[in-house]
Design a protein around this ligand. Structure first.
Ligand code: ADP
Ligand code: MG
Length: 702
């Protein structure tokens, strides 16, 4: 249960005066997407900029076009004449050096009178302009009396907004939420507080939302950093708790003598690369240890992760135990079984596949065999985690493309055996800091070399205006017997309801079919699995030469003979995705070409992205560039530059803090694994505050 101390922060935003249903909707969109926005969401929405209103010149000295705060006496009002309601409401004010006109358009009756009473002194701030030689401020941002101004620093925070939400009302809501902040216990250790110069959380929140200095809102300053550390510590603590829970009871050994593995290696038509051998050895050694394996196998597309996974499965089969390999898509699962089955057969390893497509009798048989222990390795999709899929003795779970699965799915698969060892395959090379953020303290193996004999890929960027030339050259390639992918993007998310998002691929397919006839095929995500396989099969068998596809071919699809890829609207894809897509070619012994078609005009960001893709095929470099580019802030807004799933921590600013938070989390669990003492209580607060409390049931009632 959430500590009652935190309850005020988890009240809905609508409990604040002045926040109604309309604001609620907007705040939901801005802050929490699909849940009811609460006060805590407001407090963790940090400013992106500040406005400096501290300049207090005399009217005569005020610089045109700058933000000023003037101390004036209100002289007289000139409401719009009755016949011309559109004319502005003017207020004349002055100080001892000159006059200024304050202009209000469409002011509500009575509003300006109350705001600026004649004869009174007021502080008025806004951008000073000259109109007919007279200084003027149109719609002053703030009009304050002596008392009000003494309470403000003159630096106003500016927040990321969403259309329809006024800055003023967001500011007011956040200021009110700050008032409700309860006294929170300190969960950061005194050493870390000292070393990092962190302020207490209340001070940190107050100073970013009510800055006293311009720099107070910068992410690398102590106030923001303290909050980022909290968020990271909550994340690391949750991961460490999960991991501690997953530790295997001592004594179980899950790897045999190597007899099956050797048979597989003998059956391979190629030699393993050095890094494949290293990875396989590291995994085997993990499996031997009486501690549960949590290992990430990172390797660029085409680096040969599948065979390493197969060797891991063989190792557990050597001691009569079972393995499961879960892939995110049906295509990918079938691809795996295709690679694996012939090798497994030679070694006498019994494999089967289970996806949504295996139904009725077929499914029942697989499930029965699995329970009997007659299947050594079961490959599949989400279908593997259904309740009635029961292993006789599951010892190893291999999860491909992990970032597509949530923690829940990961746990669901590992709970099908006792102290199951976990191997995660990732084709998107993840920089170390991100591995820590998302997976916690995992061991990592990398496949850095490409298998021998791979040809480089030449990548070119071409404007859509030259589509005809591109189509002509594709025609020549088809004539020469080449296999070509033609990738079309999904339409923007918001339009992707129903079937609309298929129009791109479908239209392109129809166009190309007109030109090249039945040598063209189409696959997309809405097609039935069997239908997809049929078309993919035709492509692999050279029955069709040109495959129009959406991003369903993004992961894992392996047709080594395919050597050309056209990516339409390449500017709409992320870097990682382009890299994944391109990884479908360059897998055979022939040189490959990738054509990135873009629509003009191309934004700076898209230009930079395409340049990176053109220049390198090194997935690790691409991942790093991707972070850098996104770190610099996408035109789409500030949110983009954060770590997905994190609101405050930024990989480019807080990289150091990630490792510190990791170390701190490990130290905490070593000293107080059940989070019991006073600090333990405080840390539980932290987990709830940042909503990492899913880990709390794991430590029991404490
Ligand atoms: P990924 O890492 O993208 O999952 P795969 O495991 O699908 O890569 O391997 C891609 C292709 O490379 C497969 O056709 C596989 O048979 C082949 N392959 C794997 N290892 C080697 C190797 N050491 N030498 C040559 N080819 C290899
Ligand atoms: Mg793969």
């Amino acid at each position: 249960m959430r500590p009652s101390l935190l309850n005020p922060l988890f009240a809905p935003v609508t409990s604040l005066p002045g926040v109604g249903p309309k604001q609620d909707k907007l705040l939901q969109y801005l802050l929490s997407r699909n849940e009811t926005p609460r006060l805590v969401d407001l407090l963790l929405h940090l400013p992106s900029q500040v406005i400096d209103r501290r300049a207090r010149p005399k009217i005569r000295d005020a610089v045109q076009g700058t933000m000023v705060t003037l101390e004036v006496t209100v002289d007289r009002h000139r409401p719009p004449p009755p016949r011309n309601a559109r004319a502005p409401y003017l207020v004349y004010a002055s100080d001892e050096t000159g006059d200024v006109v304050l202009t209000f358009f469409r002011a509500k009756p009575g509003y300006v009178e109350k705001l600026l009473p004649v004869g009174e002194k007021r502080y008025v701030s806004g951008t000073l302009q000259m109109y007919d030689g007279i200084p003027q401020i149109v719609h002053p941002d703030r009009v304050l009396d002596e008392e009000a101004i003494s309470k403000l620093s003159g630096i106003d925070p500016v927040y990321p907004l969403t259309e329809g939400l006024a800055l003023g009302s967001l500011r007011r809501a956040i200021a009110q939420a700050l008032q409700k902040l309860p006294a929170l216990p300190e969960w950061i250790s005194p050493e870390v507080m000292r070393r990092c110069h962190f302020p207490p959380i209340a001070e940190a929140l107050t100073r970013v939302h009510q800055p006293v200095e311009l720099t107070d809102i910068l992410p690398d300053r102590p106030f923001w950093s303290r909050l980022a550390f909290d968020e990271l510590l909550a994340g690391q603590l949750a991961l460490a708790l999960i991991r501690a829970q997953l530790r295997r009871p001592a004594g179980i050994r899950n790897a045999g003598d190597g007899h099956l593995r050797n048979k597989i290696i003998d059956a391979l038509p190629y030699a393993l690369t050095l890094s494949q051998r290293d990875a396989a050895a590291a995994i085997a050694s993990d499996l031997q240890q009486p501690v549960r394996m949590l290992r990430l196998l990172q390797g660029d597309v085409g680096s040969g992760k599948t065979v390493v996974a197969l060797l891991a499965a063989a190792a557990v089969a050597e001691v009569g135990k079972q393995a499961a390999l879960m892939a995110p898509t049906e295509i990918l699962a079938r691809q795996h079984i295709k690679t694996i089955a012939p090798l497994a057969e030679r070694a006498g390893l019994r494999v089967a596949i289970l996806t949504g497509r295996e139904k009725g009798k077929e499914r029942r048989e697989i499930i029965a065999q699995l329970a009997e222990g007659e299947i050594d390795l079961l490959v599949g999709t989400h279908a593997l985690i259904q309740d009635d899929v029961i292993f006789r003795d599951l010892a190893l779970a291999v999860v491909d493309e992990q970032h597509r699965f949530g923690v829940r799915e990961r746990l669901a698969l590992t709970s099908k055996g006792e102290a199951v060892d976990v191997l995660v395959l990732s084709a998107t090379p993840i920089p170390r800091t991100l591995v820590l953020t998302y997976f916690g303290d995992m061991d990592i193996s990398e496949l850095r070399e490409k298998p021998a004999g791979r040809q480089p890929i030449e990548t070119r960027t071409i404007s859509m205006s030259r589509l005809n030339e591109v189509t002509d050259s594709i025609g020549r390639a088809l004539q020469a017997g080449k296999l070509v992918y033609w990738i079309c993007p999904l339409v923007e998310e918001s339009e992707a309801e129903g079937t609309e998002h298929l129009t791109n691929a479908t239209k392109r397919f129809e166009n190309l079919q007109k030109r090249f006839g039945d040598r063209v095929g189409l696959v997309h995500g809405q097609m039935k699995g069997t239908e997809k396989d049929r078309v993919m099969g035709q492509f692999a068998a050279h029955e069709i030469g040109l495959l129009v596809a959406t991003t369903v071919v993004e992961v894992g699809v392996d047709v080594p003979a395919a050597t050309i890829m056209v990516i339409e609207n390449a500017e709409r894809f992320g870097l990682a995705q382009l890299h994944q897509l391109r990884g479908r070619i360059g897998r055979g012994s022939e040189a490959s070409t990738c054509l990135l078609l873009y629509s003009e005009p191309l934004g700076e960001m898209s230009k930079a992205r395409l340049k990176v893709i053109r220049e390198t095929t090194d997935g690790f470099r691409i991942a790093e560039e991707d972070l850098k580019l996104r770190g610099e802030g996408d035109v789409l807004g500030v949110r983009q530059s954060g770590l997905p799933g994190y609101r405050i921590a930024r990989s480019e600013v807080h990289g150091q803090l990630i490792t510190q938070a990791r170390d701190e989390a490990l130290r905490i669990l070593k000293d107080d694994p059940k989070l019991k003492g006073e600090r333990g209580e405080a840390l539980r607060c932290l987990l709830y505050l940042y909503e990492r409390d899913e880990a709390i049931p794991l430590i029991g009632a404490g």
